[in-house]
Design a protein around this ligand. Structure first.
Ligand code: FE2
Ligand code: FE2
Length: 364
């Protein structure tokens, strides 16, 4: 009878569904089976499970905790206890129907607002997660595209140079390795690896009669050969938005600078040469010296090491060279992993030309 009266009193609140339960067990079962309940009107005096226990259970379950509970009691001394257990409001019997309607309407209104705020938060959070993932994916794609461009530009330069294409892969992998040993971040190592194939991209602008000349270059020819660093720098300039191309510009411009300032094109020295330039200089020379070609034997590793040690503080950053030599095995295994296809045409001579290393010493 109480339930029927209450449903009647609540009419006038607009469209709602009333679920009656004669004890706490039924009430909890209704809450369990009916998602979206907006308010509980809870009598304390019930058989089987009373209102206190029901209240405790409603507030202990995170699925029902936020549903407002109005306790209805004839014993006002219980009010404080029910509030302490988490009741949101109370009504003393006998209650005024208008007051009941107003309190129910207020609590349901607040509940709807907090539900909305929670839903909006969830929607926003999931949108942010989705957008962040999409952004990461887009960034990854753009990095891949940049690397692809870097490899192909590098290959274009080597194609004129008749190299096998594996040299730039080895330089890339070795640059990553040495950068890691030097303590650069994973991100920097990755970008340098992807940018290193661009070191000789400027050779695209060097005339054939110089680029492809067998034997030693005359001084004037060598001056032109040196321009491949500036040409590479120009090809890759104004690419601030593209980290691989920007690092590629540094590498293209500075891979022939020497620690003692005798390099080219600018005669930079010491740490005035960007660490990317100092790293690529070491691995580029090492790979050029030790690469095997059909017309020449590979410069033996130990001989290349001896040569590089001699140039420790003249060509190379001494600390970086020490790191390189201390972990030589890592670099020789990269050489093995990215070995040349021996059927490809020879071209190491170009590499030795632009380094201005003794061609004869390299075995020809
Ligand atoms: Fe070069
Ligand atoms: Fe090279």
């Amino acid at each position: 009878m109480n339930l029927a009266m209450m449903e009647l009193m609540l009419e006038g609140l607009g469209a709602f569904k009333f679920i009656g339960a004669v004890n706490g067990v039924e009430a909890l079962a209704a809450l369990e089976s009916t998602p979206g309940i907006d308010i509980v009107l809870l009598d304390l005096e019930m058989p089987v499970m009373d209102g206190f226990e029901t209240l405790i259970q409603i507030k202990a379950d995170e699925r029902t905790r936020d549903i407002p509970v109005i306790v209805i009691t004839s014993d006002k001394s219980e009010i404080i206890k029910t509030l302490a257990l988490g009741a949101n409001d109370f009504m003393a019997k006998p209650y005024n129907p208008e007051e009941l309607r107003l309190r129910v309407a207020n609590h349901v209104h607040s509940k709807k607002l907090s539900d909305l705020a929670r839903d909006m938060n969830e929607i926003l959070e999931s949108e942010v997660i989705k957008k962040t993932a999409a952004l990461k994916q887009a960034l990854h794609q753009s990095r891949l595209a940049e690397y692809e461009i870097s490899l192909r530009l590098g290959r274009a330069a080597e194609f004129r140079d008749l190299d096998t294409g594996m040299h730039i892969r080895r330089v890339a992998e070795m640059a990553r390795e040495l950068a890691g040993l030097a303590g650069l971040s994973g991100e920097e190592c990755e970008i340098l690896c992807h940018a290193a194939p661009l070191h000789d991209v400027g050779k695209i602008g060097i005339p054939d009669q110089i680029l492809l000349k067998p034997g030693k270059l005359e001084a004037a020819e060598f001056d032109i050969m040196k321009l491949h660093t500036e040409i590479g720098g120009k090809i890759l300039s104004d690419a601030e938005l593209y980290p691989i191309l920007s690092v590629g510009q540094i590498v293209a411009q500075q891979h022939h600078e020497r620690w003692d300032g005798t390099g080219y094109p600018r005669g930079l020295s010491g740490t005035g040469i960007h660490i990317y330039g100092r790293i690529v200089s070491i691995v580029d020379i090492f790979d050029a010296l030790t690469s095997e070609r059909p017309y020449k034997k590979a410069f033996p590793i130990q001989e290349a090491v001896r040569f590089m040690k001699e140039k420790r503080a003249s060509f190379f950053d001494p600390e970086l060279l020490d790191l390189f030599l201390a972990h030589l095995e890592k670099f020789t295994s990269i050489k093995r992993l990215y070995a040349d296809d021996q059927s490809a045409p020879p071209a190491l001579m170009r590499e030795l030309h632009d380094m201005h290393l003794p061609v004869a010493a390299a075995g020809r």
